[in-house]
Design a protein around this ligand. Structure first.
Ligand code: SF4
Length: 103
C-alpha cells in the first residue's frame, strides 16, 4: 500500500500495534533481507528484496519515522537503507526530532 504521508496513529492505528500491521511481520518474509550482513551475495543491490516488501507495507512511513527518530543505523526501515535515511534526515530535519510518539 502506498504511503499516505499521514502519521500512522492518525490513520486509526495505535502506535503500539504498528508492527503487527507490518508487511515484514508476515512469516513468509525472510528477516535477513533487511540487513546487509545477510546479503553478501546480493552485492550493492543488497536492499532490493527488502524494498519490495516495504513497498507493499501499510505502515512504511511510520516505520521510517521511527528509524529517523531513533537514528537507526542498520537495516532497511520504511524502504530506506541507512544512507538513504541520512539523506532524508538532512532534507527533512524535522523528522529526526526526538519527540515522544503520540499515544
Ligand atoms: S516499512 Fe519495511 S521494514 Fe518497515 S515495517 Fe514495513 S515492511 Fe517492515
Amino acid at each position: 500500500m502506498a504511503s499516505t504521508g499521514e502519521p500512522y496513529s492518525t490513520l486509526g492505528g495505535s502506535v503500539s500495534d504498528w508492527r503487527t500491521e507490518a508487511a515484514c511481520a508476515n512469516p513468509d518474509v525472510d528477516p535477513n533481507v533487511f540487513f546487509r550482513h545477510g546479503a553478501a551475495k546480493r552485492g550493492r543491490h543488497w536492499a532490493q528484496a527488502a524494498k519490495k516488501v516495504c513497498a507493499r507495507c501499510p505502515v512504511d512511513d511510520f516505520c521510517l519515522q521511527v528509524a529517523l527518530q531513533s537514528r537507526e543505523g542498520v537495516g532497511v526501515w520504511g524502504g530506506k537503507t541507512p544512507s538513504e535515511r541520512r539523506k532524508v534526515a538532512v532534507a527533512e530535519p524535522h523528522r529526526t526530532a526526538n519527540e515522544p510518539f503520540p499515544t
